[in-house]
Ligand binder design. Structure first.
Ligand code: 1GP
Length: 256
């Protein structure tokens, strides 16, 4: 008899779960995995279990270059045993998978190209509906370095010394009803977004959750960003480069 092994989706609504984590702990930690950089799936499953034990709250899967749906499917399956929700973080319509739980349904607000503001979203929306993914409405704002996401997304990165521009974008996102505002320094950014900048944005908004990522490698930076009002902190490169430090960072922000 042919046996089809299907791993179950995470049970429950991811948005409600994140609400509860932020309410109970003040800040959530999201572990970002780039499927284009994964070569050892059982190693990833092992690291994912340790990240979950340390307190990471969910996994993001995404990347700007070289991502295919079949790669994402393999990564979702490897992450399932962590027991945490799996959220897609798509750089384009090829960043979707029917095996995940939710998707950051993002508009890159400071792109010069309408494709990244609404074009890709129109192409992706019917797929998201068909796959039964939970959409998490997200404003994506590239600040400073920008990295590959900024380059591919044709962003005009916001200058880090002009908080008022970030505030204007964040308010516009909130007034458009976007539940999450993701301030992105760019994966591998030499510096994270400065806590002072994060503080300006978090003080200006009142309903949206603030997600901050890009270049966060040190526990003290992560704590400063959380103390400045970030509701969710994303680390990606650190998990690939030094999983032990990633685990320490997660514990540090969870027990701050
Ligand atoms: C990138 O914000 C994320 O989209 C994470 O960045 O890989 O630098 O942690 P890092």
């Amino acid at each position: 008899m042919l046996r089809v092994v299907m791993r179950m989706r995470w049970r429950g609504k991811v948005g409600e779960y994140l609400d509860k984590v932020v309410r109970d702990y003040g800040v959530a930690h999201l572990s970002l995995i780039d499927p284009a950089k994964v070569s050892d799936l059982s190693g990833l499953a092992n690291v994912a279990r340790k990240l979950a034990e340390a307190g990471t709250d969910a996994f993001l899967i995404g990347g700007s270059i070289g991502v295919s749906e079949s790669d994402i499917d393999l990564v979702v399956n490897a992450l399932r045993e962590s027991g945490k929700p799996i959220i897609l973080f798509p750089g384009n319509v090829n960043g979707l998978s029917k095996l995940a739980d939710a998707v950051l349904f993002m508009s890159l607000l400071n792109s010069d190209d309408p494709y990244y503001i609404i074009g890709a979203q129109v192409l992706g929306a019917p797929i998201i509906k068909r796959y039964g993914l939970e959409p998490l409405p997200t404003a994506y704002i590239v600040v400073g370095y920008g990295g590959a996401a900024g380059f591919i997304g044709r962003a005009r990165p916001l200058p880090v010394d002009k908080d008022e521009l970030g505030v204007a974008y964040a308010l516009a996102a909130e007034y458009l009803g976007m539940k999450y505002i993701y301030l992105e320094a760019g994966s591998g950014s030499p510096q994270p977004i400065p806590p002072k900048y994060v503080r300006s944005i978090s003080s200006a908004i009142s309903r949206s959750y603030l997600i901050v990522g890009g270049g966060i490698r040190r526990s003290d930076d992560a704590i400063s960003i959380a103390n400045a009002g970030a509701n969710m902190i994303v680390t990606g490169n650190l998990i690939e480069e030094n999983p032990t430090s990633a685990i320490e960072l997660i514990k540090a922000i969870k027990h701050r």
